[in-house]
Design a protein around this ligand. Sequence first.
Ligand code: FES
Ligand SMILES: [Fe+2]
Length: 397
Amino acid sequence: MNARVIPIVPDTGTAYGRPAPTSRSELTQVGAGTPMGELLRRYWHPIGLAGDANATPRKVRVLGEDLILFRDGQGRPGLVYPHCSHRGASLYYGKVEERGIRCCYHGWLFDVQGHCMEQPCEPEGGRARAAARQPWYPVQELYGLVWAYLGPPDKKPVLPRYECLEVLDEGEFLEADDASIGGGGPQVIPCNWLQHYENLVDPFHVVVLHSSFSGTQFVPEMAVMPQVQWDTTEISVRTLSQRKLPDGRNFRRISEAGLPTLRVIPSPRVGRMGRVESLGWVLPIDDHSFRIYVVGRVLEKGELHKMRSRPDGKKLWEELTEAEHQQYPGDYEAMVSQGAVAKHSEEHLASTDKGIVMLRRLLQQQLEAVRNGKDPAGVSFDPDAAPVKFSAGNWME
Ligand code: FES
Ligand SMILES: [Fe+2]
């Protein structure tokens, strides 16, 4: 009997000696002064529900900046730098009054634009109080959300309106939600915003992650392998997925990743057909976390909240045990496990990642525009500009 011959092969491709991973920081970093941070600062971002701006100062963190949101007694929302311009106590402990917010330490009062109105311990209420301007940011309210502009004042665009939220069908009304619907997990998702933004142009993960690993997380139609085409519009990367269903129908779905952080994703539950019924904004909190605000046309109250993922088909993300998270991974597990910031140097992009390449290119073009002193795509300075129109939707033919 011959002895079994074990061929000797060299150990190639082992993990030993691999280079340290790097990320594309020009696309991921959101702090002031970074390329993407400055690009994002050329757009308005939602920073809270309208109800979050109230008489109790609230901490918000946006693009790596800690700020205080409040609403004065006249109903005006305000967003200010936390450290009082006197000697730096936080306005989080301030008291909101008719005319603004009053610091707890020596009572200086600031209005929503940071003007110092009173310095009660100073002679004549503070002769030099005009010099003590509290840094502030412009805010506006729309669609049940508070929006902030953190960029250069002379570049402030108008707050955009969107056709799919302006034109309502019979019985519909708008609802806003701050539970990070679409993120597949909790309200604050601990990884870089770009990981989620790229997830929007990746229709193939729906067939694997959402239809096989997690059972049928949406509807059986979404489990059919699609034929996919991508294209770039002036303000988005569009994904057209076509599915030939077993019963012969053709299911056509267009989703978009819109500038700068928009989720234009028709319901994956394919309930209502036709144009997209909700928009989501990915808000980078800092380089390592983000959250999502959503506004949608609904027929009943709480409809948006019902769209939150149930990875095992029954329970919400926070109700699952660790073993269940491992058994039923969703977007949260996939995105967060890429790392706090994805390791781009270790990627092997394939043909089905074309949308991701196009989205990075679209972002890069905007970085270049800003670098060259131009305005990025999708900003308008015309208060009478028509609402932004997307082509996303679900159609069964
Ligand atoms: S530190 Fe705010 S009033 Fe003195
Ligand atoms: Fe997903």
